[in-house]
Design a protein around this ligand. Structure first.
Ligand code: PLP
Length: 454
């Protein structure tokens, strides 16, 4: 869509963000009418298609629809300083039309009792993984779940007895710590090294930490929040070390589809070493791929029947009819939408890289290889605003949590504090880049204004 078209529609970035800011405030104050009017100007039921292209540029306003990314932060900032929700890992794009269409069709049938089968969904999972990622699965290797969480917690309960521990290369997804708490076990961090402009596993540290009380290792591929897409060599090396130390591999591959040009996702279960593969369970979903986290659907699989059965014993999923319909539609008909979304997000990453390097000289940019998160290094700004000295007196959990508030108060931008991602996250903030580039441009400008002043 050209700039003039956008202006004709009243959808340039200034007018959208004015609306978004207003609705964020309105959400905090509970003014439903303002939300509804902003929604009118920014959305339609089904995304527009012109010349075979989906429109990711026109900002889609999700405020006021119980959206964790946009509706939760204003509750923390009732004074109204919050403007831009760049935290929680969900996309700001209108979802693939095939999903909304399938849901429309299903809700026209007035029947909501227990489901009979998930065979269609299962076929979609096998096909998606086989055709796109070259992992050869059969139906009996796969267990459907209602999230990565329940499967991962079941695996922790199954393989990690009380008093034993799980190993994790950090910084890594904060949810792993919640899962471990739910399973009543501890995580041992092995901080990665940042060298040659990339996070690398610290092999010496990792192996030293593979003590007899470590029973499982979580692999996050691609790694949230650093964006590493692990190579075959790296995965094999992890897998062989785990095998040598009798450690089970729990491979979380929920971000597996969002891969930047020039990188390739290698499913752990496709590694060319049968013993390594048979020592692993993989967890996946297309909830990141299609923004379906609220539809509660995921799965895990293993090529080892013994391992799968052990996890299944501790696992119970409660699926919903609409979740199954939405996910099935995405697997079967959403491929083209996602491919375009992925290219758009890749371009967002490049846009951010250029902007940060040119206009935010004190902020460190880390080039990521996958996921729609970016991990920015704000160490210098945090030192300049005295985050280390201030956080305790402000009753904050860490300097990064103090800085999170500082950034909202000074730019309106809400990011996730690096401290939540384990050892090595200090000084960093995680930013979600799955938004219209028009919104991203405003976010970057607002952050640059704030950061460059200190
Ligand atoms: C690495 C990783 N695993 C798991 C999850 C959560 O998965 P689910 O919502 O399916 O439980 C997330 C969400 O951001 C994630 O980034």
């Amino acid at each position: 869509m050209s700039k003039s078209q956008k202006l004709a529609n009243g959808l340039n970035r200034r007018s959208f963000m004015k609306g978004a800011g207003m609705t964020a405030l309105a959400g905090a104050a509970g003014t439903v009418a303002t939300v509804a009017s902003a929604q009118e100007s920014a959305s339609s039921a089904i995304p527009r298609l012109s010349n075979g292209k989906y429109d990711f540029d026109t900002p889609y306003n999700r405020v006021g629809f119980n959206c964790a990314r946009w509706d939760s932060p204003p509750k923390r900032y009732p004074e109204g300083t919050f403007k831009y929700g760049m935290g929680v890992a969900s996309m700001d794009f209108e979802c693939a039309p095939c999903i909304t269409e399938a849901l429309h069709e299903r809700v026209s049938h007035h029947s909501w009792g227990y489901m009979s089968s998930t065979d269609g969904l299962r076929d979609g999972i096998l096909r998606w993984n086989g055709e796109r990622h070259g992992v050869d699965l059969s139906s009996d290797m796969v267990t459907i779940s209602d999230g990565v969480y329940p499967g991962m917690i079941a695996a922790m309960r199954s393989f990690v007895p009380r008093g034993s521990k799980v190993l994790l290369s950090t910084p890594a997804y904060s949810g792993f710590y919640s899962m471990a708490r739910a399973a009543n076990i501890e995580i041992v961090d092995s901080p990665m090294l940042y060298k040659n402009d990339r996070y690398e596993i610290n092999w010496e540290d990792l192996e030293a930490k593979m003590t007899s009380d470590i029973r499982a290792m979580i692999v996050c591929n691609p790694q949230n929040p650093t964006g590493n897409v692990w190579t075959e060599d790296e995965l094999l090396r992890v897998g062989r070390l785990c095998l040598d130390h009798e450690i089970v591999v729990l491979s979380d591959e929920i971000h597996s589809d969002v891969i930047r040009a020039g990188h390739k996702y290698i499913p752990f279960a496709s590694l060319p070493d049968e013993a390594v593969v048979n020592n692993s369970i993989s967890f996946n979903a297309i909830s990141k791929t299609f923004n379906l986290a609220g539809m509660k659907n995921a799965y895990y699989y293993s090529k080892s029947t013994r391992m799968l059965e052990r996890v299944n014993k501790y696992h119970r999923a409660e699926l919903s009819t609409l979740g199954v319909v939405a996910n099935e539609a995405a697997y079967n008909e959403g491929g083209e939408w996602f491919e375009q979304a992925n290219v758009y997000m890749d371009e967002n990453h490049s846009f951010i890289e250029n902007y940060v390097k040119q206009h935010m000289p004190t902020v460190g940019y880390i080039r990521n290889e996958g996921t729609y998160m970016t991990f920015l290094d704000f160490t210098k700004t945090m030192a300049a605003v005295g985050a280390e000295e201030q956080y305790k007196s402000h009753d904050k959990a860490s300097p990064e949590h103090y800085f999170q508030d500082w950034l909202v108060h000074n730019s309106g931008v809400y990011l996730n504090p690096g401290a939540d991602y384990g050892t090595g996250g200090a000084g960093h903030m995680r930013m979600n880049i799955a938004s219209s580039r028009l919104v991203i441009a405003d976010v970057l400008e607002a952050m640059a204004d704030a950061v460059n002043k200190v």
